[in-house]
Design a protein around this ligand. Structure first.
Ligand SMILES: [Zn+2]
Length: 152
């Protein structure tokens, strides 16, 4: 089993997200992004496909909690899940982000989960797919869009 280095994941991924926000050049988006990563308890992730979730508190760092089973996933899963969760953080922490993006891009998805996949694809320039366990992955699969029954 390959150990997961959350500190290193944070460094490169958040830099990309912060750079993207900065490039949008909207003063409402110019606060520092602070994200805390931790490994949660196995009971918090009852289904195979539950591997991470995100919370955003007023005045504190956003929190991304990974399932302990993240160590069993492929690198493609880890990349895609982390990007999807960081996209959720941006969506939660910057309420004006969607409207800013609509000025620059057409086809911004209106729903939370589709928006997270779309934004992750935009920031890291790599499409988010879903694997056989319906977990996000950067590896090309036949499921190129989040299935409706997962919630959009
Ligand atoms: Zn999500």
């Amino acid at each position: 089993m390959r150990p997961l280095d959350l500190q290193n994941l944070t460094a490169w991924s958040l830099d990309d997200a912060e750079e993207f926000i900065y490039e949008l050049n909207d003063p409402r988006l110019q606060s520092d992004l602070e994200v805390e990563l931790r490994i949660g308890d196995i009971q918090e992730f009852p289904e195979t496909r539950n591997v991470a979730y995100t919370m955003c508190h007023q005045g504190g760092p956003a929190l991304i909690v990974f399932a302990p089973k993240l160590d069993d996933l492929t690198l493609g899963n880890i990349d895609a899940v982390l990007r999807h969760e960081i996209a959720h953080v941006l969506d939660l922490c910057y309420p004006s982000l969607k409207s800013t993006l609509r000025k620059h891009y057409s086809g911004v998805p209106p729903t939370t989960e589709l928006f997270a996949d779309w934004l992750a694809g935009l920031i890291w320039d790599e499409h988010i797919y879903y694997d056989d366990d319906l977990i996000q992955t950067t590896d090309v699969t036949s499921t190129s869009k989040r299935p409706r029954h997962l919630g959009l």
